[in-house]
Design a protein around this ligand. Structure first.
Ligand SMILES: [Zn+2]
Length: 442
């Protein structure tokens, strides 16, 4: 009797616990509903496809970009870099920290890019083949790209002939108009000088196209590695630290201090230095600030290498939110006055959009500040050759559109990375004039 009860209990227990042998197999997983399994396998296919597509896109982008990325200095070039007073052991440093506010106080202007047409002049190659009467002729091609013909030599500054300031075709800031002259129509170039390795200044395609026997590429310390990566022979490359110089057919090219930064890829920067240049010839002298914010050390360029027949200034692509990256128009005028500029030409504007300001604002603010400081200004349209010592009346080739004054959008560099401590405006040496444009645009 007892035996029979036990068997019945066992049967009941077995059925209550649903022992069926399979549940004793540790590999067995409760089966998912078929609908879920279908969904999971589809999700896996989609994820795998996305990974393949992203990897392919990254690969293609890298392949396209790799031809212009350049490379970091190595070997003897790196050893020279390490000897620089501007090398802090890991990267280059201007000696002054940069202020980076948390928010950007300036809103993009509706007129930060121009309407489809800008009053560009087609540069006449025949004019460039003649010797300038004053020994100095400057042809600005927009942004910082400029030809300086000085005392018998032809120097190209930060030449930019590409469609975009970017390593990837079809992506990045795009030029507003075609180059005013084809590279092939330029006169024989003796030297190309590059201020730093950002894409809007060190344009790989243009530099490759300019490479030929006899030309000299003068670049900041460390940036020669990029040129070598682009198959430009080391023998044509001259790297300069601040205050070093090289001679090109009787014109001395001096690298000068600047306060900026460098880098061609996001995760790697300041491997190469950034500089301005003073071109000192037997008759004429030119100072190009390079991309820079303000620091008093730059004013030494005046007593050491000036005075200058023309000073080409970083006057555009500024913002009140990054006053330690670019000078802005007012500081540019004050620097030009301090280094003894007989004339100044605002550049780094008028070709590509890299900042929020109305695109002709640099010209208007330069004129206001120059009137205050008694500095002569030359603002030719892109492509028009001018002799700075000649008669170059200001003609507004740019449109009259609203722009912000130095009071509304001040650009004042910090002394040492603290936004509360800035270099202050210098008092006017001449009576400031209320600019007629203001009445039109308010
Ligand atoms: Zn730059």
């Amino acid at each position: 009797m007892r035996n029979r009860v036990d068997k019945t209990r066992l049967r009941n227990l077995t059925s209550a616990c649903n022992f069926d042998g399979a549940s004793l197999n540790p590999d067995a997983v409760p089966a998912l509903p078929r609908r879920w399994r279908r969904w999971l396998s589809r999700a896996a296919i989609v994820i795998a496809s996305l990974v393949v597509i992203v990897a392919a896109v990254v690969g293609v982008v890298y392949m396209l970009a790799s031809s212009s990325l350049g490379r970091t200095p190595e070997g003897a070039r790196l050893e020279r870099v390490k000897l620089s007073p501007q090398w802090d052991g890991e990267s280059f440093f201007s000696g002054r920290a940069s202020w980076s506010p948390e928010s950007n106080p300036s809103e993009p202007s509706a007129a930060a890019a121009p309407p489809p047409s800008v009053a560009v002049v087609r540069t006449d190659p025949a004019v460039l083949e003649t010797a300038p009467a004053t020994g100095l002729r400057v042809t600005w091609f927009g942004h910082s790209s400029t030809l300086v013909q000085i005392d018998g030599i032809n120097v190209l500054i930060d030449p930019f002939w590409s469609e975009r300031a970017s390593p990837v075709p079809g992506i990045g800031p795009r030029r507003w108009y075609a180059p005013p002259i084809a590279l092939a129509d330029l006169p024989k170039i003796d030297a190309v000088i590059v201020s730093h390795d950002h894409y809007d200044h060190m344009d790989a395609a243009t530099l490759r196209a300019l490479d030929r026997e006899g030309i000299r590429f003068v670049v900041p310390l460390g940036a020669g590695a990029h040129l070598e990566d682009w198959a430009i022979p080391a023998g044509r490359i001259v790297e300069l630290d601040w205050w070093q110089s090289t001679n090109v057919h009787g014109v001395r090219i001096h690298a000068t201090p600047a306060r900026h930064y460098s880098g061609r890829v996001e995760f790697r920067g300041n491997d190469a230095l950034w500089v301005g240049y003073a071109l000192v010839g037997p008759r004429n002298r030119v100072y190009y600030t390079g991309d820079t914010s303000y620091m008093p050390e730059m004013e030494e360029v005046g007593p050491r290498l000036g005075p200058f027949d023309v000073v080409l200034t970083d006057s555009g692509q500024y913002n009140p939110g990054w006053p330690d990256v670019h000078l802005g128009p007012e500081q540019a005028v004050e620097l030009a006055a301090a280094v003894g500029a007989k004339a100044m030409m605002p550049i780094h504007w008028g070709l590509i959009r890299l900042a929020h300001h109305a695109w002709p604002e640099p010209a208007e603010r330069t004129l206001v500040a120059a009137a205050c400081h008694g500095v002569g200004v030359v603002i030719p349209p892109p492509g028009l050759p001018v002799e700075p010592a000649g008669n170059n009346p200001i003609q507004r080739w740019w449109p009259q559109i609203p722009w912000m004054t130095s009071t509304e959008a001040p650009v004042r560099s910090s002394r040492n990375g603290d936004g509360a401590s800035r270099f202050q405006p210098r008092p006017c040496v001449e009576q400031p004039t209320v600019h007629p444009m203001r009445a039109l645009t308010r």
